[in-house]
Ligand binder design. Structure first.
Ligand SMILES: Cc1cc2nc3c(=O)[nH]c(=O)nc-3n(C[C@H](O)[C@H](O)[C@H](O)COP(=O)(O)OP(=O)(O)OC[C@H]3O[C@@H](n4cnc5c(N)ncnc54)[C@H](O)[C@@H]3O)c2cc1C
Length: 355
């Protein structure tokens, strides 16, 4: 392989780890997507769809073929009782939120400053401060590789759930999101009940709420451009009521979020902190000093270093609490995305350091 033909992905992932791909495709039309649908690597599933790379870890330096959609444009239509906003997948999510608020179109303010592209927003149904993408999504345009056609999925079709959608399930790797349409009602009521926003007056404007969300996020989360990271690294685990009661008898202050089916969601960050791993450092990567759910790259850390640290954390949490935590971040090998459990080549960590 001629390495000069390799294209660098380091600035295209918010962990800022070194990675290269021989092929980075940037389709911006249906014709370009139709050509991609015929490619061997797409048929054999050796590719990765990349937005802005803020929920992505390139574990191997060698990345597979990358498809980075470039569908841009924002179109706003005013109706009697709502605004309809059609947005191309490659637009930046936070810029969209700011633009809407500047134009007096309210609703997205609690989702300000979530990094990434609009096209990735439906995939994990992004959410923050009591609001999620699904609350405003009318439809998603999806180019299907098999039929080589654009299909439209309604909100119901998308099967949105907590950090989940059909794009992680039945439609996973089956095509590309090209555009989303949001409906933002004119009859707006701000959502300020979430801890941190509940000191705002009932009359707070959407802009005030957005600015409060931005300040809160900036005080809690490291800015990826200054300290590379991919946000929450692990998903919050869900356990049975019996398991929760056992844990609660040992750890009375354990945070818990009862689920509609009777199970209990726990806070992965709390478990990591309680296990003494907050601020831990391995080579040039580590657990963030203020927010244990965030893994950070202090400089020249590699994807493999982050993997080794994540495996260590997972094993340690299992040993301490008998709970298995798994990454929310997508893990990419040279062959494409792989489940965390299938990454078996990593350096077992014997010791972590602390500042
Ligand atoms: C500091 C920080 C804070 C964060 N806070 C939050 C938060 O509060 N709430 C939250 O929900 N998330 C949060 N995240 C995670 C991240 O912002 C979201 O997952 C975001 O949607 C990722 O967008 P992206 O374009 O960077 O996606 P990428 O990392 O590029 O891709 C993410 C997934 O979407 C798929 N994908 C991307 N584009 C398309 C497309 N056009 N068609 C089909 N599939 C596609 C990819 O294949 C991949 O599976 C945070 C991340 C960081 C770094």
């Amino acid at each position: 392989m001629n390495s000069s033909l390799q294209q660098c992905l380091q600035i295209k992932n918010s962990f800022n780890v070194k990675a290269f791909s021989e092929k980075i495709l940037k389709p911006n039309s249906i014709e370009a997507l139709q050509e991609i649908a015929d490619m061997t690597e797409v048929i054999e599933q050796h590719f990765y769809i990349l937005g802005d790379g803020s929920n992505t870890l390139f574990v191997d330096e060698q990345a597979p073929t990358i498809i980075q959609p470039k569908f841009s444009g924002i179109e706003i239509t005013e109706h009697n009782d709502h605004y309809s906003v059609q947005v191309g997948a490659s637009e930046n999510w936070h810029d969209l939120v700011s633009l809407c608020i500047e134009q007096g179109i309210n609703g997205l303010e609690n989702l300000a400053l979530i990094p990434g592209s609009v096209g990735a927003a439906p995939v994990q149904n992004i959410g923050a401060y009591g609001v999620e993408f699904a609350n405003f999504c009318r439809e998603v345009n999806f180019f299907e590789f098999a039929s080589k056609k654009l299909i439209t999925l309604s909100n119901h079709d998308c099967q949105f759930a907590y950090r989940d959608s059909i794009f992680k399930g039945r439609l996973y790797n089956k095509g590309i999101i090209t555009q989303v349409t949001l409906d933002l009602p004119k009859g707006w009521q701000g959502k300020t009940s979430y801890h941190g926003l509940n000191t705002l007056p009932d009359t707070a404007s959407a802009k005030t709420i957005m600015n409060a969300v931005i300040s809160l996020r900036q005080s809690k989360l490291p800015e990826p451009k200054k300290l590379p990271n991919a946000g929450s690294f692990f998903k919050n685990p869900v356990v049975s009521k019996e398991m929760f009661e056992q844990l609660q008898s040992k750890y009375p202050s354990i945070p818990s979020y009862p689920q509609p089916n009777g199970e209990i969601k726990l806070a992965a960050g709390w478990l990591i902190e309680q296990a003494g791993l907050k601020g831990a450092i391995y080579k040039e990567v580590g657990v963030h000093k203020k927010q244990a759910l965030v893994l950070v790259n202090y400089g020249q850390g590699t994807g493999k270093d982050v993997l080794s640290l994540a495996k260590y954390i997972q094993q340690h949490i299992k040993a301490v609490f008998n709970i298995e935590i798994t990454p929310e971040v997508r893990m990419i090998s040279a062959q494409g995305e792989q489940p965390f459990a299938s990454f078996t080549h990593f350096t077992p960590i014997s010791e972590l350091t602390y500042d």
